[in-house]
Design a protein around this ligand. Structure first.
Ligand code: SME
Length: 175
């Protein structure tokens, strides 16, 4: 495989996400396998951005329960109920949640005490059904903003393409 690990720490977010979208699309070309995509996306973003924890929680009981999926980082908790913590809130509402200070978020679930801020993006399939959530943790407070929301939502659109055919051009991050 020609693609190498990117180092995008310190790169402006619009350029960083454009590069991540490009890399993920290239690596996953021709692949129709959600687990392979989750593992690849987690590794690509985690390695390039040097985050604390980067990965997926999958819906195992619709409307009720998430279970950990492919991720990079220290051990994550295994199961999260809908409505609990940041992941459960994103799952219950179907909306991206950005938390600048995890200690101020009611019900935040501490997996790694070094985590200071967090973003969780819902992941939908082509029918609009919730597949899970994508969670990124940073050891820095206020690490995530609208650029991250837009960039990560664009990357998660891979899962809502018909037959998982790649990141939608219309949703591709434009900066
Ligand atoms: N902090 C998350 C739990 C998952 S871990 O951070 C990996 C939450 O409150 O949902």
């Amino acid at each position: 495989m020609a693609e190498t690990t990117l180092d995008l720490a310190g790169v402006a977010k619009p350029e960083a996400y454009a590069e991540l979208v490009r890399q993920i699309d290239v690596v996953l070309e021709g692949i129709d396998d959600r687990i392979a995509a989750m593992a690849t996306i987690s590794s690509s973003i985690h390695s390039a951005m040097s985050y604390l924890w980067t990965g997926f929680y999958r819906v195992v009981v619709p409307g009720k329960l998430l279970r950990v999926g492919p991720y990079q980082g220290t051990l994550g908790c295994l199961e999260i109920e809908f409505g609990r913590g940041v992941c459960g809130t994103a799952a219950a509402t179907g909306k991206t949640v950005i938390v600048d200070d995890v200690s101020a978020f009611p019900g935040h679930i501490t997996c790694d005490p070094r985590s200071r801020s967090e973003i969780v993006v819902p992941v939908f399939d082509a029918t609009g059904a919730l597949l899970g959530v994508f969670d990124v943790d940073s050891e820095f407070p206020g690490a995530f903003d609208a650029h991250d929301r837009e960039g990560l939502e664009a990357i998660m659109s891979w899962f809502s393409r018909p037959a998982s055919g790649g990141i939608a051009p219309a949703a591709t991050f434009t900066g």
